[in-house]
Write a protein that binds this ligand. Sequence first.
Ligand code: FEO
Length: 174
Amino acid sequence: MNARVEKALNDQIKMEASSSQFYLAMASWAETKGLNGTAQFMYMHSDEERFHMLKLVKFVNERGGTASIPGLDNPPSEFDSLTNVFTLLLEHELQVTDSINNLVDVCLQEKDYTTHNFVQWYVSEQLEEEALARTILDKVNMIGEDKAGLYMFDRDLENSAIQGATVSDAGGNA
Ligand code: FEO
């Protein structure tokens, strides 16, 4: 495997692993605050990021490279508010998109069209994840400090997490 492509893929493995830990920290924080819907949503999102990481690990190894399993910095354990959590989620996803775009660039520069093809799945995934993060942040910003609104928001997220889990269990998009 081309060394630059391998390095960019391994950087992406670390990015997805740290995304998974970051969202796990958000899930745990939300659970301790009684925000069960947000917690379920974030636990599920954390699992998805782990799946994104594993898909890369397997691809690198199958293509004759060596996947590097990274150590990770501690994610934050405290968040100011739901607005803070979902602002950080969107900011983080934008960083992931930059990283995927860099990976696409490297594939094209090195003429590695097989990896380029593989990475297109992540390009589409980022479109969806950014759109979802923006939609949720818009809702949270609209609700502001309204307690009844926050209760409904958290319940809606719980329902969407349950629906998402059902789709995944049925073999849908992970
Ligand atoms: Fe795998 Fe949310 O980026």
